[in-house]
Design a protein around this ligand. Structure first.
Ligand SMILES: [Zn+2]
Length: 223
């Protein structure tokens, strides 16, 4: 029988960070990388890694790092599912803007009630993506990674639909709002500067010049 543990908020945040670094394949992640991600000391990470290993959520190999176990991966996907569903809820039902929701979802993702999340999922009509274009795992942990590429990788004269953001910081999202660039927009690349790889793009009837930094943080699906 599967063991059920109630995790602390700190433990959940570690699981999430390990998933973030190691991905769906649960690759081995160094304690230093986790320390950097969590903005903490490697020694604290080691302590936590031992604790999580006791709970069978990670495999901990001394001097090498940690990887999520199947149970750890399941836990990570549950937390991410909650986080992203709450983000959709905040945008769709409470009129939050997409640059405000992450911080609030960081708090809401730790609510344990499974019934609440299932009802939330149904209320939102089982969304597949969060407001930033990231996939929402289903109750059973499946999710569809979209086929997408960075706007900077698109050749000149081609078109793509904006489907996500790589940088989810509120400054970047606010910048996109200010320039009326939103998910679902079709972007045509008119020209690329050899000097700095900045792009001249067309959205609807508007033309914009955008830097390479912007183009390397926007995901599009080529048309
Ligand atoms: Zn978020």
């Amino acid at each position: 029988m599967k063991k059920i543990f109630l995790l602390t908020r700190a433990e959940e945040n570690y699981i999430k960070a390990i998933f973030h670094l190691g991905g769906k394949e649960s690759q081995l992640v160094s304690t230093n990388a986790i320390a950097e991600e969590m903005d903490t000391k490697p020694s604290s990470v080691t302590d936590m890694a031992k604790k999580l290993a006791e709970k069978e959520l990670v495999n901990y190999v001394k001097y090498q790092g940690v990887s999520l176990t199947a149970m750890g991966l399941e836990k990570a996907l549950t937390i991410i599912r909650k986080h992203r569903l709450w983000e959709v809820f905040l945008v769709k039902k409470l009129d939050f803007s997409w640059d405000e929701v992450h911080e609030v979802a960081e708090q809401l993702e730790h609510i344990k009630s499974e019934k609440l999340i299932d009802k939330l999922d149904a209320l939102l009509d089982f969304p597949k993506y969060d407001p930033h274009g990231d996939p929402i795992p289903s109750k059973t942990g499946e999710f569809m990674e979209r086929d997408k590429q960075l706007l900077s990788e698109l050749p000149v004269k081609s078109k793509g639909v904006c489907v996500g953001v790589k940088d989810t910081s509120s400054t970047f999202l606010k910048f996109l709002d200010k320039n009326k660039i939103a998910l679902g927009n079709t972007i045509t690349i008119l020209d690329k500067e050899d000097f700095d790889d900045s792009l001249r793009i067309q959205i609807g009837d508007r033309q914009l010049q955008i830097s390479n930094q912007i183009a390397t943080n926007l995901y599009v699906k080529k048309e």
